[in-house]
Write a new protein. Sequence first.
Length: 323
Amino acid sequence: MEPVTFEVAAGLTAIDTFYGGRERYTAAYLLAADEPAIVETGPTTSAEHVVAGLDRLGIGPSDLAHIVVTHIHLDHAGGVGRLARVFPRATIWVHERGAPHLHDPTKLVASATRLYGETQMASLFGPVEPVPAERIRPLAEGDQVVLGGRTLDVLDTPGHASHHVALADSVTGSVFTGDALGIHVPDVPVLRPATPPPDFDVELAVRSIERIRARARSGIVLFSHFGPVTDVDRICDLAVRRTRGWAEVVRVALQRTDDLDEIVTLLEEEARRDAETGAEAQIDLAHFEMLSSVRMNAMGIVRYWKKRAEREAAEDSGRQPES
Ligand SMILES: [Zn+2]
């Protein structure tokens, strides 16, 4: 497959990773700088496309200086180990909570295998190669990745995952959003929340969306799935509304059922309502299933409400006056 690359802002170029063999579905980004960097790698199955895209953009094996990932989910960072071998001079930057799992992916692979099964693991992601610990730099709120001519400011943005950062580019004001705003693929007027287990948290997710909104007002947001969106306020409003909307459907359902299939059915109805809002054409919702399946989202939201209820119960019992 020919590499597909396109400039999204000054010095920022998207590279199609062809995740799952699909075009315009998942992206990595090259940042032009004294020390060239990419944000996101895609899974190992995408490595050849990323390498070919970088080659077309003039970045060879000894040129890439930094690999930065928004979080360690395999569709974003599964290919880091492979690319670290191809680009031996690159430093790897990742949220401090994700760093140990890039060095030793055993647990990461085990939990992904529980969710996806062996067959999909192999076909979608491929093997996950470890990254030598000495090449990994942990990221936390307020850190900067200095590239020479531009920097990336780190925003700790939990909600979708506890190990999630957004990255603000100093030159263009653009913000790499990872999965913090959800999934927004071109030509489909739908924003789907991304609320997977085990970390998803509604309140943290909304707070992270608002932080990204405040930061990106003068620029654009760059989705990993997929590409640039310029009307930042509209997309952030939509992200908050969808996240809260899906969470509310599950909260209400949990008052009468624990049955996951039933909850999935209710969320599928919600997804169809989302699609009808403002959409003129029939939309193939199957388009989203590989990136953000309704079942996965349902599992994440159920887990969130249960953890929250347990936490509140514990706080209540802690507050009981002694008698
Ligand atoms: Zn993710």
